[in-house]
Design a protein around this ligand. Structure first.
Ligand code: 5RP
Length: 239
């Protein structure tokens, strides 16, 4: 009888496959989130067996887990150029464009991925969509001028024919604060037919620090399905 894999097993399968792309001595960007955490756990086992990596974490949360498990860490200033970043995603399309930031780490994730020669996304098949936007788009904004920035985002959305609620992300005791001390607006646009135009428009708003559209950044995605793991690249798809 076929045994169905649960959500955690899918994350582990994607993380395990990603590990095969990590070579001894690599300078490695390490992502944030539950899938990236599985990668850190598997990486730590290899490190204990003598495998050498120099890790740059994309969040304080990931840094804590790496330190706990003994994965050697460096700052991006110490290692400004990285060989590979392995990170999760909230959503990805067939062109490997992503929505990230569900875990609040989008700014550091984007900086680390941009400093890397390659970025590989690890995810389960539920994250794959035809058109980005089912997952609310995280937009990291300055606390100063929040109302004006939100208005500018709403106006931009309207010019692009996008509608939907834009809510400030809450935390337990107040607004959610990123590692950089910024707020996050989550924009439920539903479907983003022109992600390029939205990304450009958001980047041009003064109070927007960064947004969760990662366009043309990922080189490959490892997608875990109940039937096995498959690799997606921007041009082709292989089992
Ligand atoms: O962008 C992220 C954090 O900012 C994560 O990669 C994204 O939220 C996916 O997380 P998970 O693997 O827990 O689904």
């Amino acid at each position: 009888m076929e045994r169905r894999m649960d959500a955690r097993q899918l994350k582990i399968a994607a993380a395990q496959a990603a590990l095969e792309h990590v070579s001894d001595g690599m300078r490695l960007g390490i992502g944030t989130g539950s899938t990236a955490n599985e990668f850190v756990r598997l990486l730590a086992e290899k490190v204990h067996d003598g495998f050498r990596v120099q890790g740059v974490p994309t969040s304080e949360q990931t840094a804590r887990l790496c330190m706990e498990l003994g994965v050697p860490l460096f700052s991006l200033d110490e290692l400004p150029e990285l060989d590979l970043t392995i990170d999760g995603a909230d959503e990805l399309d067939g062109n490997l464009n992503l929505i990230k930031g569900g875990g609040g780490a989008l700014l550091r994730e984007k900086i680390v991925a941009s400093a890397s020669t390659r970025m590989i996304v690890i995810a389960d098949e539920s994250k794959v969509v035809e058109t980005l936007g089912r997952f609310p788009l995280p937009i990291e904004v300055m606390p100063f001028g929040l109302a004006s920035t939100r208005l500018a985002v709403e106006r931009l959305a309207a010019t692009l024919g996008l509608s939907g609620e834009i809510v400030q992300r809450p935390d337990r005791d107040g607004p959610y604060l990123t590692d950089g001390g910024h707020f996050i607006l989550d924009a439920s646009f539903g479907r983003i037919p022109d992600a390029e135009a939205l990304a450009n428009g958001l980047a041009a708003i003064a109070g927007v620090v960064e947004h969760g559209l990662f366009l043309h950044m990922a080189d490959a995605a490892i997608i875990a399905t109940a039937a096995g793991v498959r690799m997606l690249t921007a041009q082709n798809e292989q089992e």
